[in-house]
Design a protein around this ligand. Structure first.
Ligand code: CTP
Length: 402
């Protein structure tokens, strides 16, 4: 059951047919204990009247910065609220948020708000899929705003697909989860490695692996949302974190990743090694493209540095080091050996034999094994939830040591 007791929520309604659901949203927020105020864009009032919301909230509902009562201070509303919920958020308002326009009271309040902002997009399927919308969503999330996921189903246009505003009950759950987010990593610094590495053979070829970096990026996002300052040493991948407070160090080869980590770890409290680092690299990198010959080709490989082992050997008593293991056989046994060999505090095992675990997907199924061999197995979950499970385990571990 969601609770928003003593929370002040500013609901901003923009001009979409989904505005009718915002009436229920306001009621549900109030039922969860929140004090609610509403602002609307003029176009939203074509769908629902200000009277509906002012009757529910017992407060005036502003639709313009200037009204008959005088000048409405947008700064005041933004300071009053514990959070601002833009629901529905139209493509137009989304684009205003991305570019910093202030031509409606909703955008003016958004620009001056000091509180977290959550937005629930509502638009037609094709508008939702347009690259401009994706670009604006990336930009707006990059500013630290949180998107409330859209629904998939019947749309007012008659089309079916993604773009429906989330249901009021889901928005209330989202908001209450966000407002109760822990800041249990505030003051901690976390170094995370993620993604694959590329080991060059010649100017156009390399040896790499299937890692996408998704799990490490999910941990970086989760740690940052819990107050940590995060350095993400990221191998070549098309994915990047959305939270722009995460400091990303882009690297390509195992050696570059090693250098970045050796430099950074001494100033970090926690290291989390999720990267799929190449264990071998070509002994010689050809300066010109290797030309095809009639004979077979043999490539000599030499060992790369083991980054995790190097950090484990310099680890201080006040530092934590977490490893990952992706195994195809004898997972538990192999993972137990790696915890000891690399001086990890614990290791996160994902077995490729588990359906839904491993590279590229959005889910993972893990078992955590600590330095004395204790195991904790988790269910199949989204990588975001897995990231929080790992951080919860880590925090328990830190507090035990103190
Ligand atoms: N790791 C690392 N540097 C390497 C190899 C691995 O930092 N050169 C880290 C990984 O990020 C992971 C842990 O060590 O946290 C275990 O990686 P894994 O590839 O499972 O183990 P390896 O030691 O490479 O052993 P093997 O390939 O034999 O399974």
């Amino acid at each position: 059951m969601s609770t928003l007791i003593n929370k002040k929520v500013l609901v901003a309604v923009t001009g979409s047919i989904a505005a009718y659901k915002s009436v229920v949203l306001v009621r549900d927020l109030q039922k969860a204990g929140a004090e609610v105020r509403v602002i609307m864009t003029p176009s939203a009032t074509h769908f629902v009247s200000t009277l509906t919301f002012s009757t529910l909230t017992h407060q005036p509902v502003y639709t313009d910065i200037i009204s008959e009562d005088g000048w409405n201070s947008h700064v005041e509303l933004g300071l009053w609220a514990d959070c601002m919920v833009i629901a529905p958020c139209t493509a137009n308002t989304l684009s205003g948020m991305a570019t910093g326009r202030a031509d409606s009271i909703v955008l003016a309040v958004y620009l001056s708000a000091k509180c977290p902002v959550y937005y629930a997009p509502a638009m037609d399927r094709d508008m939702w899929k347009h690259p401009s919308t994706s670009h604006n969503r990336d930009t707006v999330r990059g500013f630290g705003n949180k998107e409330i996921p859209v629904g998939d189903g019947f749309l007012a246009s008659g089309l079916t697909g993604e773009g429906r505003m989330a249901e009021p009950a889901d928005i209330v759950n989202f908001v209450s989860k966000q407002l109760s987010t822990k800041t249990d990593l505030a003051g901690k610094s976390v170094l995370i490695t993620a993604g694959p590495t590329r080991e060059a053979l010649d100017p156009v070829r390399f040896i790499s692996n299937k890692s996408t970096g998704k799990m490490g990026i999910a941990i970086a996002e989760a740690a940052a949302s819990r107050g940590a300052s995060v350095t993400l040493v990221l191998g070549p991948t098309s994915i990047k974190p959305v939270n722009n407070k995460i400091q990303v160090v882009n690297v390509s080869s195992a050696d570059e990743m090693y250098q970045a980590c050796i430099t950074a770890y001494p100033t970090h409290d926690i290291g989390i090694m999720t990267a799929a680092v190449a264990d071998y690299r070509p002994a010689d990198i050809a300066t010109q493209k290797i030309k095809k010959k009639d004979d077979d080709l043999t490539i000599d490989l030499e060992r790369t540095q083991d980054i995790a082992k190097a950090l484990g050997s310099t680890k201080q008593a006040n530092q934590i080091l977490v490893g990952f293991a992706l195994e195809t056989q004898n997972g538990i046994e192999n993972a137990k050996k790696k915890v000891v060999k690399k001086n990890f505090d614990f290791i996160v095992l994902n077995s490729l034999t588990d359906k839904g675990a491993g590279f590229a997907g959005d889910t993972n199924k893990i078992t955590i094994i600590n330095a004395v061999g204790d195991q904790e197995a988790y269910d199949l979950k989204s990588k975001t939830d897995v990231a929080h499970d790992i951080l919860n385990y880590l925090i328990k571990n830190i507090s035990k040591r103190k």
